[in-house]
Design a protein around this ligand. Structure first.
Ligand SMILES: *[C@@H]1O[C@H](CO)[C@@H](O)[C@H](O)[C@H]1NC(C)=O
Ligand SMILES: *[C@@H]1O[C@H](CO)[C@@H](O)[C@H](O)[C@H]1NC(C)=O
Ligand SMILES: *[C@@H]1O[C@H](CO)[C@@H](O)[C@H](O)[C@H]1NC(C)=O
Ligand SMILES: *[C@@H]1O[C@H](CO)[C@@H](O)[C@H](O)[C@H]1NC(C)=O
Ligand SMILES: *[C@@H]1O[C@H](CO)[C@@H](O)[C@H](O)[C@H]1NC(C)=O
Length: 373
């Protein structure tokens, strides 16, 4: 497997930001080449917006669970992608634990540094202040990463395999432009929403690759159709033609900020300016990201695990997370410890609420307590 990874061509893009900042970052691209199973869609690619709306009706139908699967089997495909990543660390310190951050649908890696360097919504700032380093990355189809086939490539299992390979590079410290920094001794993972789904899948499939996980905006209830209805998605190429005019019809996005509020935010616990900022930076998601997710029993994962979701998370708790999260203990039956936490006065997009820093403290306290440096 290792020799199939073309890592020699890693590109250091931009070295550190100017001095006097609370943390420093290094951006780079990671080329990855491997084979992975791809689900074969049983439906034809959308020809138009009309097809995509008809499809939304069919997957949200009262009887859809009795109907045919949207996929008709799987086959192995060649994955040849470039992933844009950013490693951040507290200056002047040698962090020993890194957190690998996987964002959800509708965002890119900037979800983890929302509002920039000095923002209170910035998770990377909070994690580095707590002594950790972070590796965030643009999932497939977003930011600076490959925008591949939205039907057959941008799928949960393939994105999990990408996360696995990124993790291997961090564990082996096989990242040339970071070689002047100390290699981390512990590698942990944090996800949001779809990023939590692939992190769950990661430790289910490869139980020993992570020293601890925190899944945010998550539960082990099924969420995908609920997300689809709430987004009332359209084709990204029609909704934002100037930016996404060349993307295939399998790339979807919501139309207006009110849909983003419905999916991610609980009023009055967010600033309208933050909603507008999120809307300006929204990224399309793929039809197969929406459809290919499932909960993966991770009984062989024995390290610390926590799920933290907003009290009013609509996507995974239908707007009331109280009492919902503990049932995930059967999915993480081997995790030691397994904790759940309901973040008060918060919706699905935890990082976009007034009390984001409260949630950040809970997450970093968890890592500080249970993943010994
Ligand atoms: C994880 O387990 C696999 C298979 O048992 C082994 O090859 C690999 O070295 C282990 N990795 C770590 C980080 O322990
Ligand atoms: C789409 O691709 C064409 C040809 O490469 C290019 O000229 C055009 O600027 C692209 N449009 C967008 C919206 O990216
Ligand atoms: C745990 O690992 C064993 C041995 O590899 C395997 O048989 C079992 O299916 C795994 N359990 C889960 C929940 O993945
Ligand atoms: C949320 O769910 C809990 C547990 O079922 C219930 O006690 C509580 O009343 C619910 N909250 C609201 C606002 O409905
Ligand atoms: C902010 O979050 C912290 C951590 O969950 C919590 O203890 C605190 O009560 C929250 N504050 C408000 C106003 O919700």
């Amino acid at each position: 497997m290792r020799q199939s990874l073309a890592f020699l061509s890693i590109l250091p893009l931009a070295l550190t930001h100017p001095t006097k900042q609370s943390y420093q970052c290094i951006d780079f691209d990671v080329p990855l080449t491997f084979q992975a199973p791809s689900l074969e869609p049983a439906f034809p690619p959308f020809k138009s917006h009309y097809d995509s709306v008809a499809f939304l009706q069919s997957i949200s139908s009262r009887t859809s669970s009795d109907g045919p699967s949207p996929y008709k089997g799987q086959k192995s495909i060649d994955v040849d992608v470039s992933i844009a990543a950013q490693f951040c660390f507290p200056p002047g310190r040698s962090p020993t634990t890194v957190q690998i951050l996987s964002h959800g649908l509708g965002f890119d890696h900037k979800y983890w540094a929302f509002g920039g360097e000095n923002s209170e919504y910035n998770y990377v700032k909070a994690a580095t202040a707590a002594g950790f380093s972070t590796l965030s990355y643009d999932r497939l189809g977003t930011g600076g990463s490959t925008k591949g086939d939205a039907y057959t490539l941008s799928q949960e299992t393939i994105e999990m395999e990408i996360l696995k390979r990124l993790t291997d590079h961090v564990r082996d410290w096989d990242i040339p432009c970071l070689s002047h920094l100390h290699a981390p001794t512990k590698v942990t993972h944090v996800g949001h929403s779809f990023g939590s789904q692939i992190t769950n899948d990661l430790v289910a499939t490869y139980p020993n690759v992570s020293d601890g996980i925190v899944l945010t905006g998550y539960s082990t209830r099924k969420a995908s159709v609920y997300f689809a209805i709430g987004s009332n998605y359209g084709l990204a190429k029609d909704i934002l033609p100037k930016i996404y005019g060349n993307l295939s019809t399998g790339y979807l996005i919501w139309d207006q900020q009110f849909q983003a509020q419905y999916l991610f935010l609980h009023w009055p616990n967010f600033s309208p300016q933050i909603l507008a900022e999120g809307e300006q930076n929204k990224w399309p998601f793929s039809v197969s990201e929406m459809l290919s997710t499932s909960v993966h029993p991770a009984g062989n994962f024995s390290k610390p695990a926590m799920i933290i979701s907003g009290q009013y998370d609509g996507v995974f708790c239908e707007f009331n997370c109280t009492g919902v999260l503990p049932s995930a203990s059967s999915t993480f039956s081997g995790a030691t410890p397994f904790k759940t936490y309901v973040q008060p006065n918060t919706g699905h997009g935890i990082n976009l609420h007034y009390n984001a820093t409260g949630a950040y403290s809970v997450i970093n306290d968890f890592f500080s307590s249970y993943v010994k440096n």
